[in-house]
Write a protein that binds this ligand. Structure first.
Ligand code: ZN
Length: 88
């Protein structure tokens, strides 16, 4: 089977089994909740410096404001940003 067809087939299959897959994922998460949390925490611990550097890196928002990556979500709710969005 050519790759393209295979991809299409897989896409259709996934679409048809969407709910079952979501349910399965949910079950997997429930069953492994603690392990996942530990793993995630461990990852954060192991990469503390990198993550800190990553999130404190300054980036320029499309509205022109320079904000830290960690503050971008909050920034998007500020009047300054909304004014820009509203002017589009
Ligand atoms: Zn902005």
């Amino acid at each position: 089977m050519p790759d393209r067809t295979k991809q299409e087939y897989y896409k259709q299959w996934r679409e048809a089994n969407k709910e079952a897959l979501a349910e399965k994922q949910k079950q997997y998460y429930e069953a492994n909740k603690e392990a996942i949390a530990i793993k995630r925490k461990q990852y954060c611990e192991d990469n503390k410096e990198e993550l800190k550097a990553f999130y404190s890196e300054k980036i320029q928002c499309k509205c022109g404001a320079v904000v830290r990556r960690s503050g971008i979500a909050r920034h998007c709710k500020t009047p300054k940003h909304n004014k820009y969005v509203g002017s589009l």
